[in-house]
Ligand binder design. Structure first.
Ligand SMILES: [Zn+2]
Length: 251
């Protein structure tokens, strides 16, 4: 009885009809177009996104024992999930000069620039290095970055020369001696053996192996730190300011 109630339409296949077999998709590298501003050389162009705070709430509480004083305890921030970059006129801001120089290095060398420290909030800055000399770090303002270049880790001097050549080749600095000519900074008590370099806009520090090993720089390579001295937009010196350091986006 059940069989009798069945109804439907038969499906016929034409004589020469066959199934199509699908080929597996082939992976191919993304083409690099000269007009595509997402790339600097073969690597993605560095943007302010690369500078977000490296704090991690899973990091354990850190003790800082001080001679003759009570022990202090620090915890890390929530990182880029907890807060954003410094704010300028309501927008997230990193000094564009840093972004430009790092892209220039990436284009000229053809190797990836690895930013180990970009912006740091106060919580992460204290967690990385609680010593008072670090309290006024320009990382808090988005005016400092530490980095090395992949495959060129052991030759940081070449990268310093490249930064200097940026000011000698890129307009509007080309031809302006205040930018083109870098002086050396000789002073006792610096935490680096190489005297730093500076011009009107930036200050360059070269940290060798064993120097400047705060928590963000626990790798074994020498690295370079660039600090802003002058704001290109306003022409004013970039100095640490407690109020400015607390102006960053909080989620
Ligand atoms: Zn943070």
């Amino acid at each position: 009885m059940h069989q009798k109630k069945k109804s439907g339409e038969a499906i016929y296949r034409c004589k020469n009809e066959t199934y199509f077999t699908l080929e597996n998709p082939q992976s191919r590298p993304l083409p690099v177009y000269s007009w595509d501003h997402r790339f600097a050389g073969k690597y993605p162009r560095i943007t302010k996104e690369f500078f977000r705070c490296k704090g991690n709430p899973l990091n354990p509480i850190r003790e800082w024992k001080r001679e003759g004083k009570e022990t202090l305890y620090y915890r890390d921030c929530y990182g880029k999930g907890g807060h954003g970059l410094p704010l300028r006129e309501g927008k997230e801001f990193i000094y564009p000069c840093l972004v430009e120089i790092l892209n220039y290095i990436q284009e000229k060398t053809g190797h990836r620039v690895v930013i180990t420290t970009g912006h740091r909030c106060q919580e992460h800055n204290l967690y990385c290095d609680p010593t008072p000399s670090n309290w006024g770090s320009k990382h808090l303002l988005g005016a400092e970055c530490d980095f090395f270049v992949e495959t060129m880790e052991t030759n940081p001097q070449e990268i310093v020369d490249l930064i200097i050549s940026y000011y000698q080749q890129v307009p509007p600095f080309k031809g302006d001696t205040e930018y083109e000519i870098f002086k050396r900074y000789y002073r006792e008590g610096l935490n680096v053996a190489h005297p730093p370099w500076y011009n009107k806009e930036i200050f360059i520090k070269l940290y060798q192996e064993g120097e400047g090993r705060d928590l963000d720089n626990q790798h074994s390579h020498p690295y370079i730190g660039i600090q802003l001295r002058m704001d290109r937009e306003t022409g004013r010196p970039v100095v640490f300011n407690e109020k400015e350091a607390q102006k960053f986006r909080r989620y």
